[in-house]
Ligand binder design. Structure first.
Ligand SMILES: Cc1cc2nc3c(=O)[nH]c(=O)nc-3n(C[C@H](O)[C@H](O)[C@H](O)COP(=O)(O)O)c2cc1C
Length: 444
């Protein structure tokens, strides 16, 4: 048993009011790369395994069909391609890893395999690829889709996408590069092969016109939550992201993943889950609780509704005064979005036949949008106790992806400087950076 791995999810460190809250860096706003470089140094000092950027290219527009509220209040917007920021962070650090997200539904595997190979070189073997199927209409609309592709078909495409990436990363053998200065011979052609891939979704000749990278295959991360998504995790992921904060749902995810891994002939002990978890830590519990309470100042009704509608893939302004939960879930499924979010957890809690009022739904939704329905709040010892207990109860394989800091950079600095030393003192963390690559450092 290896102890907990820790990642920081930086995707929404600058949105949803975090940029304006106490503890945010005045004069160094998103996307100032120096802010990220400094955070990378702080996180590495604390032994954090990975800094992670999710991705979504569309501005939330599901609520009333308009981008205006998302733009006005900075809800899941703005979002840049963060690959250059990762390159910059890697130049001021030596050990910490970086996770980058691309969509297998919208991107092409040749482009992504090539980019990740380059990033693996620049970072010295510290890059992970978080592959997502994308469940949001606003993203799809930027890539020529009037509707989301069928949910399960997206995962079929993801599996082929990753298979093509892996074949491309293998298309130049590690010992193909000769660089013989005496003869001038650069490489051995017998070790460089086309892949001649012809599949349902992609046709790719190959080989990759690149030099093999330190990890050869960047670490593959994936976050499927539906049965089909979890089957894809078992086929292609080295590491899985899961939704944390709800022990019952975490048990379900771990169990389904273990079964799917066995069905693929892989050992459940091989694949860890990093649970997306919001922690609010202070020197004292009172300080942490005061920070938590300040979160409500940002979240207007409109901000909550914009956030929830985008994530659900359903315009919640059309909700009737009361409705059975199953009806809402069926509409979300019919729109090919993911039922895994708020609606999925309400069904798990109340049952699918439960009739819920609109007001009740939005009250739960506020907890989800703010993250406060599943956050762990307190002084370092209180938070560490809760994390240790949860880790043991979910199989002790993986760890935590800390998400939605209240302010950037202070939210992550507090975790680095208060919480992680407490966990390390207890021997609860995996050893920091035992290997040369991210793959070695995040092994369970
Ligand atoms: C830590 C974490 C990070 C995620 N990052 C992204 C992301 O960057 N972009 C995205 O479209 N989805 C992201 N997701 C959502 C998943 O890709 C997936 O759609 C979700 O878990 C629902 O599963 P399903 O598609 O199998 O129903 C993330 C999920 C988790 C738990």
């Amino acid at each position: 048993m290896n102890g907990m791995h820790i990642g920081f999810d930086l995707s929404f460190a600058h949105t949803e009011g975090a940029w304006a809250r106490q503890g945010s860096w005045v004069g160094q706003d998103f996307p100032n790369v120096r802010m990220y470089m400094e955070l990378a140094r702080t996180a590495e000092r604390a032994g954090v395994g990975m800094l992670f950027f999710g991705d979504g290219s569309g501005i939330p527009s599901t609520w009333r069909g308009s981008i205006d509220p998302a733009v006005e209040w900075g809800i899941q917007w703005p979002r840049h391609d963060m690959s250059p920021v990762i390159a910059a962070m890697s130049t001021v650090t030596e050990k910490i890893g970086f996770g980058l997200t691309y969509s297998s539904t919208f991107m092409h595997p040749f482009y992504v395999a090539r980019l990740l190979n380059s990033l693996d070189h620049v970072t010295g073997g510290r890059i992970a690829f978080n592959v997502v199927a994308s469940t949001r209409g606003a993203d799809a609309a930027n890539y020529g889709f009037a509707e989301l592709m069928d949910h399960d078909l997206r995962y079929e495409r993801m599996e082929e996408f990753v298979a093509v990436c892996r074949a491309l990363w293998d298309s130049v053998a590690p010992d193909a590069i000769v660089r013989d200065r005496d003869t001038g011979r650069f490489a051995d052609p017998s070790k460089v092969h086309p892949i001649d891939h012809r599949g349902r979704f992609f046709t790719v000749k190959g080989p990759l016109a690149s030099v093999p990278s330190p990890q050869h295959h960047p670490l593959i991360v994936q976050a499927g939550n539906s049965p089909r998504g979890i089957a894809a995790s078992a086929r292609l992921a080295d590491l899985v992201f899961g939704f944390g904060g709800n022990l019952m749902a975490q048990h379900r995810h771990r169990k389904l993943l273990d079964e799917a891994l066995l069905a693929e002939g892989r050992g459940p002990a091989e694949v860890g889950i990093l649970w997306a978890t919001q922690v609010i830590v202070g020197r004292t519990t009172a300080e942490a609780e005061a920070r938590r309470d300040a979160v409500h100042e940002f979240w207007s009704e409109e901000a909550v509704a914009t956030y929830l509608s985008h994530n659900a893939g359903y315009d919640l302004s059309t909700l009737p005064e009361s409705f059975p939960l199953a009806e809402l879930r069926d509409e979300i499924v019919a729109a090919n979005a993911s039922p895994a979010g708020l609606v999925g957890s309400l069904i798990a809690e109340f049952g699918e036949n439960h009739t819920m009022s609109r007001a009740e739904f939005f009250a739960h939704g506020r907890g989800r949008a703010t993250g406060l329905d599943h956050s762990i709040v307190g002084d370092p010892a209180t938070v560490a106790d809760a994390l240790e207990e949860n880790f043991a109860a979910t199989g002790s394989r993986g760890g935590y992806m800390f998400s939605s800091p209240l302010a950037m950079p202070s939210g992550f600095a507090e975790i680095s400087e208060l919480l992680l030393p407490e966990l390390r003192r207890r021997g609860a963390l995996a050893p920091a950076y035992p290997g040369a690559t991210l793959r070695e450092n995040l092994a369970v």
